[in-house]
Design a protein around this ligand. Structure first.
Ligand code: ATP
Length: 243
């Protein structure tokens, strides 16, 4: 794909909190994702990972000290405009439209792009990146395997021509073989110059796919470090890798 992280800058998040009624899901979290870098967020069920991504997209009420992509202040930007600023989102559980063809699902992803020309060119680029989607372009999304649906969900996010993609548990429910395919997919996106913020319960996949990681516990960042260092940390190995 002709994607490049140049000209977008870093994602900077300061003092981000999410509360659902009496539940404090995310408590004053701060981190950054360098342009074109791959950052992971791992943590147990309920740690606040999904809420963090949704808060970045403006999909849940949140309070935030600072939210910037490069020079753009995103603190008050609406969800559809966050996409237009170059942030793509692949939600947990894929949410492809089963009754629509692969191609129609992909074209829906172009709906929020900032310019309407070149949609067919981007579609061709997505098919180049995911040949299986090209082969199945006229099939209904509901007929695809779980791994193929995950690729479709990622391809759909790419149709908005993002510079940074937020991915929520792309490995969920997939067999070990398909998790390997997801890893290869993430590596391809990264090699294409895209920034990635990957939320996962699968710590092994995350350490392999990313350069640095945050560990979330009870809505807070409990640890940060390079993925290589964290993968050798005895406590992390015991809790998150079961070793
Ligand atoms: P998972 O891996 O299960 O998706 P997570 O780390 O992504 O977990 P969140 O889904 O962000 O965690 O949840 C954080 C906390 O917020 C949990 O205690 C959860 O029960 C709570 N929570 C999430 N969504 C809501 C909601 N819509 N209303 C009330 N509480 C919620």
């Amino acid at each position: 794909m002709k994607v490049s992280a140049t000209g977008v800058g870093d994602l900077v998040v300061e003092d981000l909190s999410v509360r659902y009624g009496g539940v404090q899901a995310v408590s004053s979290v701060g981190f950054s994702v360098g342009a074109g870098k791959c950052v992971g967020i791992i943590g147990a069920n309920g740690a606040g990972k999904t809420s963090t991504l949704k808060a970045l997209m403006g999909l849940v009420p949140r309070s935030v000290g600072a939210l910037r992509l490069g020079e753009h202040d995103l603190t008050k930007v609406k969800p559809q405009d966050i996409v237009r600023h170059g942030i793509g989102y692949v939600p947990e559980g894929r949410h492809v439209f089963d009754g629509l063809t692969v191609e129609k699902n992909l074209l829906l992803g172009a709906y929020l792009r900032s310019w309407k020309g070149k949609t067919q060119e981007t579609l061709r680029e997505v098919y180049e990146m995911f040949p299986v989607l090209g082969e199945m372009q006229h099939r209904l999304a509901g007929a695809l395997s779980g791994g193929q649906q995950q690729m479709l969900a990622i391809g759909r996010a790419l149709m908005s021509e993002p510079k940074l993609v937020l991915l929520d548990e792309p490995s969920m429910g997939l067999s070990p073989k398909l998790v390997e395919e997801i890893l290869a997919t993430l590596q391809r996106l990264s090699a294409a110059g895209l920034g990635l913020l990957l939320v996962e319960q699968n710590a092994k996949l995350t350490f392999e796919a990313t350069e640095s990681c945050l560990v979330m516990e009870n809505g807070r960042i409990a640890m940060t470090g390079s993925s290589a260092d964290l993968s050798h940390d005895p406590l992390v190995r015991q809790i998150y890798l079961g070793l």
